[in-house]
Write a protein that binds this ligand. Structure first.
Ligand SMILES: Nc1ncnc2c1ncn2[C@@H]1O[C@H](COP(=O)(O)OP(=O)(O)OP(=O)(O)O)[C@@H](O)[C@H]1O
Ligand SMILES: [Mg+2]
Length: 246
């Protein structure tokens, strides 16, 4: 089919969604006896909604969540020690305006990663730039950047991200050198941008993670200064069905 002049103009303006729908919408508008302005408004709405959806999808890709988890799927009755009201408040994302951090600490399977991702998804839906890393991915990236002489650029790029999620801190220990790189990141984001961290290790044991008590306490000091720590000491959700069958 040959392109109409309208379609050519829409292409130049990158209004692709309008191009796909304007004819169908014109028929609908005629049937509903919509005025010219209402028709134009409808087309612009369609384009705006599409642009927002595309931007959110792009941001979801960039965020790199290992799976998509939603707060709506989290069963708070299974983990009654978690302050549900506070989590719901945090989902309003004010903590990001104030560059506050969130720490989820607890045993395997209590929902730390689920909660961290669901808050990250909320942030993406609000069109914030989010990046998810495991602690291991992050340290490998920082160590690689240092070796190639790009550490400052990498830290600079990470400081532009609105929310960084660091998952599974504590499952692997860091070397003294990577602990220092980790410290640099925390220090750079301190009071500038939010971090969500999940860890299986209580704060007293963070010296072991970083192989250095002094660096660990400097990291903790900054992370905790403006923060919402959640110590989750409930049962593993992964064992939910097993315990039901017994
Ligand atoms: N309260 C809950 N309601 C619904 N699903 C949950 C809940 N808690 C955990 N889950 C689900 O159980 C699985 C394990 O949870 P999650 O990965 O968040 O655990 P974790 O605390 O990060 O554990 P680990 O320390 O082993 O990484 C996930 O599939 C998660 O979606
Ligand atoms: Mg986890």
């Amino acid at each position: 089919m040959t392109e109409t002049l309208i379609e050519q103009h829409l292409k130049v303006l990158s209004l692709h969604r309008i191009s796909e729908t304007y004819k169908e919408e014109a028929d609908k508008a005629a049937k509903a006896k919509l005025g010219y302005q209402d028709y134009l408004q409808r087309l612009l709405e369609i384009e705006v909604i599409n642009k927002i959806e595309r931007s959110i999808n792009r941001k979801m890709q960039i965020a790199g969540f290992p799976q998509v988890k939603r707060l709506e799927e989290f069963d708070f009755s299974y983990q009654p020690k978690i302050n549900e009201k506070l989590i719901r408040e945090l989902a309003g994302l004010n903590f990001m305006e104030e560059a506050k951090n969130i720490l989820f600490v607890g045993a395997p399977g209590v929902g730390k990663t689920h909660l961290a991702i669901s808050l990250g998804v909320k942030a993406v839906q609000a069109r914030k730039r989010v990046m998810f890393f495991t602690a291991e991915q992050l340290t490998v990236m920082l160590a690689g950047a240092e070796v190639s002489g790009n550490l400052n650029r990498t830290l600079g790029n990470l400081s532009k991200v609105d929310l960084i999620i660091i998952d599974e801190l504590g499952y692997l220990s860091l070397t003294k050198q990577t602990a220092k790189l980790f410290f640099q990141l925390i220090s750079k984001r301190y009071e500038m941008g939010s971090i969500i961290i999940t860890s299986n290790k209580p704060f007293e044991e963070w010296g072991e993670i970083f192989n250095d008590d002094i660096v660990a306490s400097a990291i903790l000091d900054r992370l905790l200064h403006h923060s919402y720590p959640f110590l989750i000491n409930g049962k593993s959700f992964r064992l939910k069905d097993i315990s039901k069958n017994n």
